[in-house]
Design a protein around this ligand. Structure first.
Ligand code: ATP
Ligand code: MG
Length: 151
């Protein structure tokens, strides 16, 4: 199914906005909305999970930046936070089913550890990839790449 990813991301950010006082959506190099071929329901789940995590693992009302860009190698959707961050060892484990980081900061929050497992499973089915890196000066960035030619 072909759908408008820009519109979907903006709707989800609006819905989650009350929790994060300053979630911003940036579209630095897009002059029109991004259309992708994917399962809309599954992709809304991915977008929601990543933004919810960014909010949940950050101080209340922290700045979260959601970005959509059009690159040569694909459509990039990213979510950047300045929250508790993820160590290099944990970066390899967080996509596992039921995995939650054992830190005190994580234990203060509630969760099943399924969110990122579902994200990874959905993206694999869509030939899309996800990577996680450190934000500066602190926090994390989750970056999803959608294949532009997928049908
Ligand atoms: P839920 O099933 O409700 O999403 P969860 O948020 O604990 O529960 P995941 O979304 O799969 O589960 O995330 C797995 C773990 O990865 C989290 O428990 C947390 O330790 C870590 N994590 C995920 N996103 C972030 C983030 N943005 N910053 C810091 N740690 C994170
Ligand atoms: Mg989660």
């Amino acid at each position: 199914e072909k759908f408008n990813l820009t519109e979907l991301v903006e709707q989800i950010v609006d819905r989650l906005q009350k929790n994060a006082c300053r979630t911003q959506v940036l579209k630095p190099n897009l002059d029109s909305d991004v259309m992708i071929y994917a399962d809309k329901f599954a992709i809304s789940n991915v977008v929601t999970n990543l933004i919810e995590n960014a909010i949940k693992y950050s101080p209340p009302c922290a700045n979260v930046v959601v970005k959509l860009t059009n690159e040569e190698h694909g459509i990039i959707f990213s979510v950047a936070d300045h929250g508790i961050g993820i160590s290099d060892v944990e970066k390899k484990l967080i996509f596992n089913k039921f995995y939650r980081v054992g830190s005190e900061a994580t234990r203060k929050t509630k969760g099943t550890g399924l969110g990122l497992y579902i994200v990874k499973t959905v993206l694999q089915k869509h030939n899309a990839s996800i990577k996680v890196k450190d934000n500066t000066p602190s926090g994390s960035i989750f970056e999803v790449t959608f294949d532009k030619n997928a049908k």
